[in-house]
Design a protein around this ligand. Sequence first.
Ligand SMILES: O=P(O)(O)O[C@H]1O[C@H](CO)[C@@H](O[C@H]2O[C@H](CO)[C@@H](O)[C@H](O)[C@H]2O)[C@H](O)[C@H]1O
Length: 650
Amino acid sequence: MIEKDGRSRVVIEHVQPQINSGRFPVKRTVGERLTVIADVFADGHDEVRAALLVKHEQDSDWQEIPMEFQGNDRWEASFTPEKRGIYEYTVQGWVDHLLTWQKGLKKKFEASQDVGVELLIGANWIEEAAERAPTHEAQTLRNWATQLRNESNQSAGVTFALSQEVTKLVEAYPDKKYASLYHRTLFMEAERQKALFSTWYEFFPRSASYEPGKHGTFKDCEQLLPRIAEMGFDTIYLPPIHPIGDSNRKGANNAVTAQPGEPGSPWAIGSKDGGHKSIHPELGNIDDFVSLVNKAKEFNIEVAIDVAFQCSPDHPYVKEHPQWFRWRPDGSVQYAENPPKKYQDVLPINFETEDWENLWKELKSVFEYWISKGVYIFRVDNPHTKSFIFWEWCIREVRRQHPDAIFLAEAFTRPRVMEQLAKIGFNQSYTYYTWRNTQFEIKQYMTELTKTDMREYYRPNFWPNTPDILPEMLQNGGESAHISRVVMAATLSSNYGLYGPVYEFGINTPVYAGKEEYLDSEKYEVKHWDWNRRTKIRDVMTRINRIRRENPALQTTWNIEFGETDNQQLLCYAKVDDYKSNKILVVVNLDPHHVQSGWIKVPVQYLNLSAGSTYTVNDLMTDTRYQWHHEWNYVELHPGVMPVHVFRIE
Ligand SMILES: O=P(O)(O)O[C@H]1O[C@H](CO)[C@@H](O[C@H]2O[C@H](CO)[C@@H](O)[C@H](O)[C@H]2O)[C@H](O)[C@H]1O
């Protein structure tokens, strides 16, 4: 059986972007362009044309966007989503006889051949196009066909046939009877802008009190909002806010047994006071929490909460749904792990339980419950230790009802696993940035994130530290490293965050030499921070966050171009906005201990600067201006003064 019309001669292949052959949608935010490329060609020498077909899933009509020929059978078109939701896209190609005729006519006429018959053939094609045009234009086309038939002067006929007005009108009504359609419909999800541009400040609400020795509350968190807003953060991320279990409670510095009075790790969720939908009593009650969420909105701050699907042995689920845990012959459950880390105070959930459907529904309802309280951003703890198939379902279902929901995958694990979590729906992902220090490492990692197909589905969120990770660079590099690492996170990636208090106060003592964990970690203790204290690091955080808000070039991750340097300790990169009007050039001294100087090659072409022109670079970190003339320019960065330049090119 011949399934297709044998006259469909166009081949369409290598349509990009597509993730796993279209199994997963590519990601964009509203207003963020999607550029689609494809190879479209036919046998012989006929002219081919191609169009990108796009539609929002709720619309019935396809929008047709002409693709532009890039040479070598490659075609390209762009589309910018205007509303949130899923868009479908595919590619169509067809042989264009009118265009073929026009090109042939031109060649023959230029070769001084007789084109009398050609003009008659063209008249027929134009008449056919009239059949596809609306009445008023159909009449014009018919008139042109008559004009061509009656034209006695071949030169005038050719000029007319190739004129812009004829070309424009015949292009508008192509003959697509035998058009080919790419064999697949692909998907793109357009999300709200925050999925791409967000600035996170993590702190433990139990340490929020201004008063030493007092357990912090949500009311205390409200007091911190003006301070956090002043620093320019738009998202506060709170580690778990639920009741903390007593059984196997951990003590200071990860001791497996807590001393009386120790508060335990907030990730040991669940006690007689409730589980994932309850509030730790010392923080306040649900009304206090909702009040914090609403108050934060007044400062343009969103509250993000931590969702850790694991249970303290005291969690109500353990008694109510014992089938959700894997019991061993001795009546115990093996505690949770993220090898080599051991979480002796929590039980993992068994995603292979016979009762998986009820488990899934309950876990999804946790997100729904917090959404009903005004929370739309979730930092998901260790998602890679729960099944992919669950996440794909859960995120899809939650976002179908609540498209504003954003899920950040807190997975520091193998690359394929992190990538899969992003493919199946996580809107943002933690990264290896935390450990990328040298020029080579940073360039290589940024290239992988932005110039491979990861760009289509993996939205990085760069964290210089977390409560779990005090990287060696911050331990050894002190204030200078804190400054350079936060400025790089904030300018390399449009999503970035940090574990705030210890960062701004420059706390960097490891639990012991060689271990990348904070001594006396807040994970196991209530801390008292001097919230009135201003540090240079805090001032830098404030300034770089303002620079990010004021410069659209820093509100996306994908627009990076590195510049050469003659010193490996200097890193140089440029970013420009879509309109090429906002241009940022960052230079970083990667060595926190020594002055580093050298020559950097400004990527002038990328920055749209004509060679040899004079331009002003305005260092937004220090409000200092320099006049530069060439590609190569000299810089000198002092770690003790300011280890970075963030230039705006003016
Ligand atoms: O496994 P990760 O390094 O990605 O860390 C995340 O998950 C951990 C488990 O939830 C969590 O660990 C903390 O809570 C545990 C449970 O209470 C406790 O046993 C650990 O000692 C404590 O570090 C970690 O904070 C989180 O970021």
